[in-house]
Design a protein around this ligand. Structure first.
Ligand SMILES: Cc1cc2nc3c(=O)[nH]c(=O)nc-3n(C[C@H](O)[C@H](O)[C@H](O)COP(=O)(O)OP(=O)(O)OC[C@H]3O[C@@H](n4cnc5c(N)ncnc54)[C@H](O)[C@@H]3O)c2cc1C
Ligand code: FES
Length: 343
């Protein structure tokens, strides 16, 4: 894993609770990334190292700076720290770009739908810009949910794209705080819903459309249900998750246990409370294990199970790349009292 330090060149205010950090590329080792990937930032806050991933909102072939857009999460340690402390000129530690929520040019596809809610727009705008510039024959639709226009991240940028690509790009806004306006027929009241999706795609050739979804679980479920009705091929649907949603039922067999962790050649016993992941328990006692997504999507937190039993809970994607004794510690919970893990 490569690490870099990046200098904050500019901070843009997007909405009341969202900012974009613009980083200068390093002088020597330029950072390469694909539209839709994310950058992992780290800070030491009150003595403890915290790490969080943020999708690029910039597009590699268009934007001169590396840009990530961060929304304040109520009570959130990292997002609030960034909003309240980071200034132009600061140097920030980052990991190399990661993520497979990307667009590969595909001649069989002539239509792409982007479905997003709130800060879920970040990887979508990155891919959208890249597609519009690199592929002039593709029809692009953005369906974007927010409270109202004041809370809509990148509203101005999206309006500029509409002017630049009047034939290729169509945008629908869904607002939960809707103000009726005769002239704005592209603004709809409420949430993105199944009937709208079925109507939008009723005459489309579903084999030739790709879908990119980024937002809360209910958005993903609504879209996937509608796409199933339309018999849209599963391999044409991609989604990115910002948060792991845990089902309490999956924890029935899990008990609070002591686990032994071997990290940087040293063994430490750590108490893992029921419901906490092994990664969280280790971080709580000051063992600075590497991690990034905390959703089971990357490999940064991978450990080898030497003895005992673990269960990975909440994995959002099938991970056929993992060996039998490989465990992603951000999703791993002890099943037995003799767990020994090596990182
Ligand atoms: C692949 C990936 C890409 C991401 N890209 C972006 C991005 O482009 N912009 C962005 O703003 N965030 C993004 N995130 C989310 C980001 O990494 C952090 O999780 C988020 O900023 C909250 O961190 P925190 O330390 O402030 O909150 P924490 O202190 O970790 O959490 C505080 C509370 O908020 C809840 N919570 C955590 N994350 C969210 C969330 N995203 N929405 C609502 N509640 C949450 C937690 O369950 C917890 O209860 C991305 C996450 C992933 C996995
Ligand atoms: S931190 Fe990415 S899989 Fe655990």
């Amino acid at each position: 894993m490569k690490n870099y330090t990046l200098k904050v060149h500019n901070i843009k205010k997007e909405t009341k609770d969202t900012i974009t950090l613009c980083f200068k590329q390093p002088g020597l080792r330029k950072i390469k990334y694909k539209a839709g990937q994310y950058l992992t930032l780290s800070f030491r806050i009150n003595g403890r190292k915290y790490t969080r991933p943020y999708s690029f909102s910039s597009a590699p072939s268009i934007d001169p700076f590396l840009e990530t857009t961060i929304k304040r999460v109520p009570e959130g340690v990292f997002s609030n720290y960034i909003h309240d402390n980071v200034q132009v000129g600061d140097i920030i530690e980052v990991m190399e770009p990661m993520g497979d929520f990307i667009y590969d040019q595909d001649d069989k596809v002539d239509h792409i739908c982007f479905w997003g809610v709130g800060s879920g727009i970040t990887p979508l705008i990155s891919i959208m810009k890249e597609v519009l510039v690199s592929n002039p024959v593709v029809q692009v639709n953005l369906i974007y949910g927010n409270k109202n226009f004041e809370s809509t991240i990148f509203l101005e940028g999206i309006n500029e794209l509409l002017k630049l690509y009047p034939y290729n790009l169509k945008v629908w806004h869904f607002h939960t705080q809707y103000n009726h306006d005769e002239n704005h027929h592209f603004v709809k009241s409420g949430r993105i819903n199944k009937d709208f999706i079925l109507d939008l795609l009723k005459d489309a050739n579903v084999e030739r459309i790709k879908h990119y979804i980024c937002g809360p679980n209910d958005l993903k479920n609504t879209i996937k249900t509608a796409l199933d009705i339309l018999k849209c091929p599963k391999e044409n649907v991609f989604s990115e998750d910002f948060e792991l949603v845990k089902d309490p039922k999956d924890f029935e067999a899990i008990l609070t246990q002591q686990v032994k962790i071997n990290f940087e050649g040293k063994d430490t016993f750590v108490e893992v409370l029921k419901g906490k992941s092994i990664l969280e328990a280790a971080l709580d006692v000051g063992i600075e294990l590497p991690y990034s997504c905390q959703t089971g999507s990357c490999n940064t937190c991978k450990g080898k199970l030497k003895t005992g039993g673990l269960r990975m809970i909440g994995l959002l994607k099938e991970r056929e790349d993992l060996a039998l004794d490989d465990y992603l510690l951000c999703c791993s919970h002890p099943l037995t009292e003799d767990v020994y893990i090596q990182i």
